[in-house]
Write a protein that binds this ligand. Structure first.
Ligand code: HEC
Ligand code: HEC
Length: 342
């Protein structure tokens, strides 16, 4: 009787083991490629050449992105300040809040279409997407952790070594492998399916008001917020201040002529990324348009396109512009389960 039970148990166990061994270790079917070149987009910056996106690299990057283990007290993950529903910006936070609720000095920008950027941060302080994550991890008011310590924690974990092995063929956990995985995840955050994109590909049409807003946008905004990325990725001064509390691009180049210049933000998904500007000073798109209508300050480094002063935009045109800006929201991207934490 006793033997019989043991034998049954043995059979059951071998059955489980066999089943597990049969589960194929292949990539689950992916409906869309993780990285692709959307129709009409310019060539990428080329920074992914040595780090092509793979399913396992992306998955590891996503795990790291949402893991608070990357911060000193394991309370803050990249995803704490970069929230998917806000196009990976920090919704309703003027300045970012990091570890111990410490406040940074800048507004967290949204994260998408980063494979087209060659410079990161408002001042372009990082010039490679592989290196960029080191900034927030070690920043005392963001995650305040040392790279060495992050690596120690990852190596100690029961599952990370296997995930690194799947992604990069070796279970040795290095800074480079970690930042490359994060870069693969972030590069896959592609937003190219807004109503605006659908109009461009002929699968949707603008209303009359949206079309009028678009025409106005092309004449007043597009030279800096260039289509189709809705940014020319240059550093410019759009007339917010006379004196610069934050020197912006000049902090990196040390050129006084770069003072008060910031990376032109993309206007894709802009309706969900408030508040606005590098320091989050404006909390609505209505106020942003009012800035261009009545608040442009002529300082020493004002952009040549704005030396003519305030733009003449009527109240009716403002409404049309707002309607157009709303067509840049990409619900498929904001709700894409492949990018969400759970
Ligand atoms: C405490 C909030 C906070 C955390 C945590 C955080 N970020 Fe950020 N992130 C910001 C802020 C603020 C900026 C803008 C900083 C600047 O311009 O100086 C930024 C900028 C960026 C940018 C540049 C985007 C662009 O358009 O140039 C990327 C990419 C990024 N973060 C990725 C990450 C990753 C990866 C992590 C985790 C390792 C992370 N962030 C953690 C707040 C945060
Ligand atoms: C001369 C170039 C230029 C022109 C023209 C321009 N912008 Fe901007 N825009 C910028 C820059 C630079 C910033 C970021 C400034 C900062 O944060 O210091 C910005 C920021 C914004 C933001 C905030 C986005 C965010 O994520 O914080 C919005 C919205 C915006 N602009 C809309 C417009 C609209 C609408 C027009 C036309 C009416 C326009 N811009 C014209 C350069 C320009």
């Amino acid at each position: 009787m006793k033997v019989d039970l043991k034998y049954k148990l043995f059979l059951l166990l071998s059955f489980i083991v066999t089943i597990q061994a049969c589960v194929p270790d292949v990539e689950p079917p992916v409906t869309k490629p993780l990285f692709y070149q959307p129709d009409g987009f310019p060539p990428t910056s080329g920074q992914l050449v040595n780090n092509p996106v793979t399913y396992y690299g992306f998955s590891l990057g996503k795990k790291l992105f949402y893991d608070p283990i990357l911060s000193l007290d394991s309370t803050i993950s990249c995803g704490s300040c970069h929230q998917q529903f806000a196009a990976f910006a920090h919704l309703d936070h003027k300045l970012s809040h990091g570890i111990n609720d410490l406040e940074g000095t800048r507004n967290a920008p949204p994260l998408f279409n980063l494979a087209w950027h060659s410079n990161f941060f408002w001042d372009g302080g990082s010039s490679h997407i592989d290196m960029q994550p080191i900034g927030p991890i070690t920043n005392p008011v963001e995650m305040n952790e040392s790279l060495l310590n992050v690596l120690v924690k990852l190596r100690r974990s029961t599952y990370y070594p296997a995930l690194f092995k799947k992604a990069f063929g070796s279970d040795s956990i290095t800074t480079q492998a970690m930042t490359r995985a994060l870069a693969q995840f972030m590069s896959s955050l592609i937003s190219a399916n807004s109503k605006y994109d659908q109009v461009k590909t002929g699968t949707a049409t603008f209303t009359v008001d949206e079309q009028n807003g678009y025409t106005l946008f092309k004449s007043k905004c597009e030279s800096c917020h260039k289509e189709p990325l809705m940014t020319d990725l240059n550093f410019r001064n759009n007339g917010l201040d006379l004196h610069f509390a934050d020197a912006g691009r000049a902090r990196i180049t040390l050129q006084p002529s770069d003072s008060g210049k910031f990376k032109v933000p993309s206007l894709r998904n802009v309706a969900v990324t408030y508040p606005y500007m590098h320091d989050g000073r404006l909390n609505s798109l209505s106020k942003v348009i009012d800035h261009y209508r009545s608040g442009i300050i002529q300082s020493s480094t004002i952009d040549p396109l704005l030396t003519g002063g305030n733009m003449s935009i009527t109240d009716a045109e403002k409404q049309q512009l707002l309607l157009f800006l709303n067509t840049l929201t990409d619900p498929a991207f904001l709700n894409d389960k492949r990018f969400s934490e759970k």
